[in-house]
Design a protein around this ligand. Structure first.
Ligand SMILES: [Zn+2]
Ligand SMILES: [Zn+2]
Length: 737
């Protein structure tokens, strides 16, 4: 018999890990102790070599659902006599570097109790245990103890307290526990809070309102949703009208997998994702008619399952799918309290509210499957805060400030990076305030002081401005600026811990290039220090600057001028027809003189141009719309492609444009366009094929393009945990040297 110390790192605090160790040790008749420390959990145990091995094996095999072990090390220590096995209470000393678990959906045991008439928490909308429920959204700071969360306002009743104190109970140290007697409660607010209904009646009445076609603001985990009956076309039409959201698809929450299968074709892997403890929105193949108001003209549908007891109770009573969209104004942050929700008072008819404060806002996560690989489109609830192990140790604590759209932030220390959830676009004052609040939150939770700040090279990004502000105010913090597409590729390198040189294809909207132009169709040879631009889409002019991003017809027109000169004006194609004659002449002059017409090599804009020329869409009503509509036209039976030329490092696309115009069938034109992009990648990569191929950037949210490229290059790397869009930029910034 010897004494051993076992050190475990990973997500091992606030997830029922110590009681799990306690139960296991007791079962194996081992004596010793377990305690939290700043890096994770330490166990001391008296055992023989054989007993130790069995204990270590079971520790890893029988982990509680929310725990995750990054490393486990054991060593012999000086002999110590233990008389029993005990859990040592965490002292108030700092446990800041321990990893914080995310908000997790309701577990099976709690769900069973929720609908068990004999359980004291029968139908209690906030039932939870150590294996499920809110975490990140309620925490103010580490260590994760009730006193540091918004649950501190609820004093536990005797019964709850007993469960909380019992290491053998599923609710041992489950910080958010409560019951009908002591925990949070729901209320339904109607007529601007004049009428207030409480308890189960609130849920009952909310469901009646939904049945009669009303729109309800529902307080969930990380913010409010706007919900309505997804089978009621009139209700959805009304929601679109009130929210001023004409076409952008709505996500649908379904009661269970059976209901999901009535709306979409769902693969086994998609079913797993839908029912996973993170419960993201999963983009599936829709079974709805193309004129459905849920996602007009798009054959995909975003589905998710109820992730809290409250959602379960609503859907159980309604027995119908609901539209569930974040309650926010266009790209502003999600509303997290009645005050911020107030701005939407014209949109909802009633509020189903509760009194557990949301400390940290957090949207729903969105994922899709391409070639059976999970692609994260928005990383938030369930996955966040995400910690990623870096391939090397950082020299100093680093704060990464991200880009401007789909912004996130990240902090990095030693070989850890911790990423915030999706914050949103930094276009308005409210968004910028929310962004700064997120920085404070992450710094506060982890007691983090940066020595280095990293941002984009774009001077007008709000994130860049903020980085400059921080570093001017605090001379001890150095500033590092990273080119946008380099950061995209670096982020993917980190995920796979690649350390050598890589060949990166960065296709996205627009990002500032080192030559002052707007890049976005880039082929880069990269490592952590630097990159070499191997090739890019030939520059074209974005007529009207920012306006060209929302109006594909302007990009198309510019490419038409590049190809045909003034002759373009007499072409009989949808792009030209979509302009007034006078506009065309003004824009021709602007093109000729380069007035308000920045040069760009963006692949995203090239997709827009093709959508305009083929008459698919001229003006966007939401970001990414043209790509989604082009996907609809792709026909895999068409395997031909258009021609392109590479001159030095620039990929000429005039012949491509010419050939698309000459093609009368838009299905053929669009399919060949997709195939051409694949050929371009293949042709440029050919010479560099001894380097790993990495694909990153917002254009890779296009599942048709991504699918074609992964078919051709099955070994290509594509981000899995972080989004390929600008939401992943911070991870790349953290590791730039
Ligand atoms: Zn539970
Ligand atoms: Zn209670």
């Amino acid at each position: 018999m010897k004494s051993y110390q076992i050190d475990i790192r990973g997500v091992v605090q606030g997830v029922g890990f110590r009681p799990f160790v306690y139960r296991l040790a007791t079962k194996l008749n081992l004596k010793g102790e377990v305690l939290n420390n700043s890096l994770g959990v330490t166990i001391k145990v008296n055992a023989t070599q054989k007993e130790l091995e069995l204990f270590l094996e079971k520790l890893q095999k029988e982990l509680p659902p929310l725990a995750k072990i990054d490393s486990i090390k054991s060593r012999e220590i000086e002999f110590q006599e233990f008389t029993n096995f005990s859990i040592i209470q965490t002292s108030e000393q700092s446990l800041k570097t321990a990893l914080l678990p995310p908000d997790i959906s309701i577990c099976r045991e709690c769900e069973a109790e929720l609908f068990d008439k004999n359980n004291r928490r029968y139908l209690y909308p906030f039932i939870t245990c150590t294996n499920c429920g809110v975490r990140y959204s309620i925490i103010e700071k580490l260590p994760y103890d009730r006193i540091n969360t918004s649950m501190k306002f609820f004093k536990m009743c005797d019964e709850c307290q007993r469960e909380y104190n019992n290491p053998l109970d599923r609710r041992y140290h489950a910080q958010p526990i409560g019951c009908w007697n002591c925990g949070p409660s729901v209320e339904l607010l109607i007529n601007n809070q004049e009428v207030k209904i409480e308890g189960l009646d609130a849920i009952e009445d909310a469901v009646s309102l939904l049945k009669s076609g009303k729109i309800i603001a529902l307080k969930g985990v990380g913010g409010y949703h706007l919900i309505c009956d997804a089978t009621n076309e009139e209700a959805i039409k009304e929601l679109r009208k009130r929210k001023k959201r004409a076409h952008k698809p709505f996500a649908i929450m379904v009661k269970d997998i059976t209901m999901a299968k009535e709306l979409a074709i769902i693969s086994l892997k998609e079913e797993e994702l839908l029912s996973s403890k993170e419960r993201p929105i999963v983009i599936c193949k829709s079974l709805l008619p193309s004129n459905s108001k849920i996602a007009p003209n798009i054959s995909k549908i975003g589905l998710f399952l109820p992730y809290t007891p409250l959602h379960l109770l609503i859907l159980e009573k309604l027995q119908k799918p609901i539209v569930a969209t974040s309650a926010n104004i266009s790209d502003e942050p999600i509303a997290i309290n009645l005050e911020s929700l107030q701005k939407l008072h014209n949109v909802y008819d009633a509020v189903l509210n509760h009194n557990r404060e949301i400390v940290n806002g957090c949207d729903d996560s969105v994922v899709m499957l391409v070639q059976n690989r999970v692609v994260t489109l928005r990383r938030a609830r369930g996955y966040t805060p995400l910690s990623i192990k870096l391939p090397f140790k950082l020299k100093e604590p680093t704060l990464a400030l991200g880009a401007n759209q789909k912004s996130t932030i990240a902090i990095g220390f030693e070989d850890n990076a911790i990423l915030s959830p999706h914050i949103g676009d930094l276009d308005g004052i409210n968004s910028i305030e929310y962004y700064k609040k997120n920085i404070e939150t992450l710094q506060r939770i982890y007691n983090f002081e940066p020595k280095r700040a990293v941002c984009d090279i774009h001077p007008n990004y709000e994130s860049t401005k903020h980085a400059l502000e921080i570093t001017t105010q605090n001379k001890n913090i150095t500033l590092n600026q990273v080119q946008h597409h380099h950061a995209h590729i670096l982020a993917t390198m980190v995920e796979y811990k690649l350390t050598g040189k890589v060949f990166g294809v960065a296709f996205d909207g627009t990002g500032a290039g080192t030559d002052g132009k707007l890049w976005g169709g880039e082929f880069l040879l990269c490592d952590y220090q630097s990159f070499k631009r191997i090739a890019h889409i030939n520059y074209f002019k974005l007529l009207g600057g920012e306006r060209a991003i929302k109006e594909p017809k302007r990009v198309a027109l510019s490419l038409l001028f590049d190809t045909f000169g003034k002759e373009a004006l007499s072409l009989n194609i949808p792009t030209i027809q979509s302009f007034k004659k006078k506009e065309l002449h003004i824009l021709y002059l602007a093109w000729q003189k380069g007035l308000n017409a920045p040069l760009s090599s963006s692949m995203g804009r090239l997709f827009d141009a093709v959508a305009s020329i083929t008459g698919v869409i001229q003006e966007l009503s939401f970001e990414g719309q043209s790509g989604l509509l082009l996907e609809e036209l792709y026909n895999p039976d068409i395997d031909t492609a258009y021609s392109f030329k590479v001159n030095n490092e620039s990929i000429a696309i005039q012949t491509l444009i010419q050939e698309i115009i000459d093609e009368p069938d838009k299905t053929v034109a669009v399919s060949r366009f997709f195939n051409t992009i694949v050929n371009i990648v293949a042709s440029i990569y050919q010479e560099y094929s001894n380097y790993p191929l990495l694909l990153s950037g917002g254009v890779f949210q296009n599942s048709v393009l991504l699918n074609l490229l992964l078919e051709k290059f099955p070994n290509a790397y594509i981000s899995n945990k972080i989004p390929p869009n600008d939401g992943g930029i911070t991870l790349g910034q953290i590791v730039s040297l």
